[in-house]
Write a protein of this length. Structure first.
Length: 362
């Protein structure tokens, strides 16, 4: 299919569906079609573009800044997705064009998660095959879990606090892997190679400090059992159960101007030590992605949806949320995969071996 045709189809889907979904802040119809024509001209002239003509959504109005590698590979940005609006802090919801709230594709009275709210909603409904995100505390992985798609957070942190890393949301491991190869092109061959399966893995329902609800834990554990049955992972028992220090106070201190970071640095160092010991036992850690189902648009109350994700923003480990089925409320849940630094290939190989369904919501 020509890039202009693929992009035109995506723009048509957005025009039809986004009025009720609220996934987009802006849609760049004219620019996207011009860009698609340029991609078609380049490929006709012999240019090798691994993602030629793939329509993508970028996170927020500044998303083009971080989408450079994907655009250079031939992707065409069709618009900017919703993020939390002014005054909403970092909580897990988004505001689309004209202040419309972004709804969860599976239940309009629930949030899609955030802050990559519109990105997850757009991918879950098939408006675009992939969207960029950024993950400072779980902002890719939580909406991926609550919208039933795959969300990948890359290794490390690019901001001054070393907390926020780029990521992508897709409906398949193959698409996520294609993005990763473009976004991190200098990955050593030894790290890019797919690991032998099954991968030894450790299961932790709560990381030793969180208090997740029973249902997200049960759904994630059932997903783990499927991975074992599919030959993707092999559960092993560590010498000691993983017990991380609660990363919440450390994360908040690092993000608060003027706060004393000394305790945060100590928490970060101690959790790094404990995770290093764990990864000597097995190269994969499995947890629920979020401790609760998606909350309503009034907000999460006093529950941190980041309870199981932000530890790995502190530590910089790559992590991936994989669909883990549906709760009693009809909303999706996620299984959270965490690997050593630079081991995105391991996460993607396990995800590719899974038969988890990321079905498009009508």
């Amino acid at each position: 299919m020509r890039a202009v045709d693929a992009v035109a189809e995506a723009l048509g889907r957005i025009a039809d569906a986004d009025g009720s979904l609220g996934a987009f802040l802006e849609v760049w119809e004219e620019d996207a079609l011009l860009r698609a024509a340029e991609v078609d001209a380049r490929t006709a002239a012999g240019a090798r573009l691994p993602l030629a003509g793939v329509p993508i959504a970028v996170k927020g109005r500044r998303g083009l800044r971080t989408a450079g590698p994907l655009l250079a590979a031939g992707c065409v940005a069709v618009g900017a997705t919703s993020v939390p609006g002014p005054g909403t802090g970092w909580q897990t919801w988004g505001l689309g064009a004209q202040g419309r709230r972004t709804v969860n594709p599976w239940r309009a009275d629930r949030t899609p998660g955030g802050s990559s709210a519109g990105a997850a909603a757009a991918v879950a409904t098939g408006l675009v095959p992939l969207a960029t995100g950024s993950d400072g505390a779980g902002s890719v992985r939580i909406p991926a879990a609550w919208c039933g798609v795959l969300g990948l957070k890359l290794t490390g942190g690019a901001d001054r606090t070393r907390l926020t890393a780029p990521g992508v949301l897709t409906r398949s491991a193959a698409d996520a892997a294609a993005c990763w190869r473009v976004m991190v092109p200098d990955t050593p061959a030894s790290e890019a190679a797919a690991p032998a399966l099954p991968v030894p893995a450790v299961w932790s329902p709560d990381l030793g400090f969180a208090a997740p609800d029973d249902e997200p834990v049960a759904l994630a554990r059932t997903a783990v059992d499927r991975l074992v049955a599919e030959g993707a992972v092999r559960l092993v028992r560590p010498r000691r159960p993983l017990r991380l220090l609660d990363p919440g106070p450390a994360w908040l201190a690092l993000r608060t101007p003027g706060a004393d970071p000394a305790d945060a640095h100590r928490t970060r160092a101690e959790n790094d030590r404990r995770l290093a010991l764990l990864f000597r036992t097995a190269p994969l850690l499995l947890t629920p992605t979020a401790p609760t189902p998606p909350h309503g648009h009034e907000g999460p109350g006093d529950r941190y949806s980041t309870a199981l994700t932000w530890a790995f923003n502190l530590s910089g480990h790559p992590a991936l949320s994989l669909p883990a089925g549906f709760g009693a409320d009809g909303c999706p849940a996620g299984l959270h995969l965490v690997a050593p630094h630079g081991a995105e290939a391991l996460l993607l190989a396990v995800a590719a071996a899974s038969r988890a369904v990321t079905g498009v919501r009508p």
